[in-house]
Design a binder for this molecule. Structure first.
Ligand code: ADP
Length: 683
């Protein structure tokens, strides 16, 4: 791809990299940063002393860009050019250009802290400000000092504030690669539509009927909206009189699209046919679709936001930032002059939109990242003063420390435990890692591996459209043995066990509304997890799933106990009068079991007294998703730990005005006074 803008700067780039350990490269989306930089440096000999790593915040981008580069170089994917994403490694001894998610590179640094296999590390898409890329930026600062003579770091971005990153790296050079962007006419609507799906539909059909050729890119907030709009668009296009306008095809584009459908977006459309691409913000900068002339921007994005005082995630549709709005508009000007239809007035853009998107580090739970940093044993780094590009709040760092303490990953002084070290090595969130280790002690590792694998693939398990499926899950498969009343984890285990007994039969999946691809992925993840466990555990493990053998109530009990240890930081106690729960350990709040849960009441119609949950999510109300019943004797040591908790000590004497982490709500307490009081000692 010699004609991409970045190619004209080849000499300048190589000269800058030769002379400097770190450089920032700013270039318009589509200028060739992701696909060309690695090839340029490879051509100029940088792969002689090690491989080139290119990180991507999104799995789908890592795969798609690697595939493209392999194609351009005329090599087999997985040989000279490969990719590594969680649970999928397509690299070999030969690989010298490796695309990988930022999370995978972080994990690699645990076994090779200086990342010596790489001669160049490119942190791509840094403007996305993903949590893992932000942590990598901090680590690179250290690494370039340690490996000054033989490591080159490039930080690339479409919109990032280059000055800020340059200052962070002692004023490293910034290279600007001007793109050839054609003018884009911006058209604002006079008011916000009541329904942005219908408004997008109307705008898209208007463009198709009235405007000259050129593809249309429509930004929606998520898979649900995309599916709805794709369906409506297909109906409308079909109803148009034949011959009245050119042909059209409607294509969805989002992160969980199967690979064979993703490819369609990159292949050329048939002649005289307009493509209507309905995408999430993945098409803002991660994936560049050529041929787009018209953009429809709803002005919204779906964003996960974590609240460290309640431990709750909300998945909200929020307004995009000005930077995002400009990126979206820019997609219309890559081929020729284009148009961007903003479904909001210009005053909303100017007055309501934030200038830039809030970095993920300031809206995520940091337990996994803090455990990772602790396990690096960096002598010069104390977590609370780690050099972040934008620091997280001390509240969320303290929340992370508290979570890690409750699951025994750190001790009361904040030092990492040996359990914590093993947990950090597993490619899972800390709670699931802790569950696996406890399960090993309880003799139910095989079952816990299955649950961990099922949870890792949950979104790809159920066939059909997602909304309907949430409800459907209660009924599949219909003939599960007794025990699923204990909650969703046990049900996930039973689903897999049944499939295992059919010898992984494909028709069984179809008959039970389960996606074959999703279930195969679970099987593969399970296998990988058990291999990793075998490698990291010193003692022998029993990870076999035994055919013909039915899980007993004792197995379920052991598994529930392991889950209780793993999710000690996500515990809830039943409220007598509300038939709901209150969370323990966070600011007390009323929460409900999610309607999709299979947790059942006992003969007296009562829900279990204590449950652990995988996730607390605020939709219409605060809901616990994936719930498992646990027993009081397992809960007692946790509540005792909570009573002893001293956040200041955990933070290594960090002196902030003391905040009470376990805020009691007196009304809730009063109501629960009929519950048994927890004794002080427990054997
Ligand atoms: P940047 O990283 O600067 O946004 P890229 O290197 O991703 O730019 O894209 C450069 C060009 O390569 C674009 O024209 C884009 O459409 C094309 N391209 C990137 N990935 C693929 C792919 N998987 N298949 C086909 N074309 C691709």
């Amino acid at each position: 791809m010699e004609n991409l803008p970045i190619r004209q700067f080849e000499d300048k780039i190589v000269e800058t990299v030769d002379k400097n350990p770190v450089a920032v490269i700013i270039g318009e989306t589509g200028s060739g940063k992701s696909t060309q930089l690695s090839q340029i440096l490879h051509k100029r000999g940088y792969t002689k002393s090690g491989a080139i790593a290119v990180t991507q915040p999104r799995r789908v981008a890592a795969v798609s860009v690697a595939r493209r580069v392999a194609q351009e170089l005329g090599v087999q994917l997985g040989e000279e050019v490969g990719y590594a994403i969680r649970f999928e490694d397509r690299t070999s001894e030969k690989t010298c250009i490796k695309y990988l998610t930022d999370g995978v590179l972080l994990r690699e640094s645990l076994s090779d802290p200086e990342l010596n296999q790489y001669s160049v590390i490119i942190l791509d898409e840094a403007h996305e400000r993903s949590l893992n890329t932000d942590i990598l930026v901090g680590l690179m600062k250290r690494l370039v000092k340690l490996r000054a003579s033989n490591l080159k770091v490039l930080i690339t971005s479409a919109t990032l504030d280059g000055e800020k990153v340059s200052r962070f790296f002692s004023n490293c050079p910034i290279l600007n690669v001007p793109g050839k962007l054609f003018p884009v006419e911006i058209l604002h609507s006079s008011e916000r539509p009541k329904n942005y799906i219908d408004a997008s539909l109307k705008a898209a059909v208007d463009i198709h009927v009235k405007e000259p050729e050129g593809d249309v890119l429509i930004f929606m907030t998520g898979q649900d909206d995309i599916e709805k709009l794709v369906m409506k668009l297909e109906e409308r296009i079909q109803s148009l009189e034949e011959g009245s306008c050119m042909d059209a095809i409607v294509l969805p584009l989002h992160g969980s699209l199967p690979p064979e459908l993703q490819v369609r977006v990159f292949s050329r459309p048939p002649p005289n046919c307009r493509r209507l691409i309905v995408a999430t913000n993945i098409a803002e900068t991660s994936l560049t679709v050529d041929g787009v002339v018209y953009v429809i921007d709803s002005g919204y994005v779906k964003q996960r936001q974590y609240n460290p005082s309640t431990g709750m995630y909300s998945l909200d549709v929020v307004q995009i930032s000005k930077v995002q709005a400009n990126q979206r508009a820019g997609r219309a000007g890559r081929t020729r002059a284009g148009k961007c239809y903003r479904l909001y007035p210009s005053i909303v853009y100017h007055d309501d939109f934030l200038d830039a998107t809030i970095p993920e580090i300031q809206r995520s739970s940091l337990a996994g990242s803090v455990l990772y940093l602790k396990s690096l044993d960096l002598p010069d780094i104390d977590i609370l003063s780690f050099d972040f590009l934008d620091p997280p709040s001390s509240e969320s760092l303290q929340d992370a420390l508290k979570q890690l303490y409750l699951i025994d990953a750190i001790d009361e002084d904040g030092s990492i435990t040996s359990l914590g070290r093993t947990m950090a090595e597993l490619p899972l969130e800390p709670s699931l890692s802790r569950t696996l280790l406890e399960a090993n002690e309880c003799g139910c590792l095989s079952q816990a591996l299955t649950v961990a694998a099922m949870l890792s693939a949950e979104t790809t398990l159920i066939s059909g459209r997602s909304k309907i499926s949430e409800k459907k899950r209660k009924h599949i498969p219909s003939n599960l043995p007794d025990g699923s009343g204990w909650g969703d984890h046990i049900q996930l285990l039973q689903i897999y066990e049944q499939w295992h007994r059919t010898d992984y039969n494909v028709d069984w999946c179809k008959d039970n509304n389960l996606q074959v691809r999703g279930m195969m992925f679970v099987k593969d993840v399970r296998k990988q997890l058990s291999q990793i466990m075998q490698k990291s555990a010193k003692e022998s493990l029993d990870v076999r799933t035994r055919k013909g053998r039915r899980e007993s109530q004792q197995d379920y009990k052991n598994l529930r106990k392991a889950l209780c240890a793993g999710y000690a930081n996500q515990l809830a106690e039943r409220m007598i009068r509300h038939n709901g729960y209150r969370t323990i350990g966070f600011k007390s709040q009323l929460v409900q079991v999610h309607p999709s849960s299979v947790l059942r009441t006992d003969e007296e119609g009562m829900l279990p007294n204590y449950v652990v949950y995988h996730e607390l999510i605020a939709t219409t109300r605060p809901f616990m998703r994936n719930v498992c019943a646990v027993e009081m004797p397992w809960v007692m040591p946790i509540t005792r730990k909570l009573e002893k908790l001293n956040v200041e000590k955990l933070s290594g004497g960090f002196s902030e005005p003391e905040k009470s982490v376990h805020v009691e709500n007196s009304d809730l307490r009063k109501e629960n006074s009929s519950l048994p009081k927890l004794p002080d000692d427990h054997d």
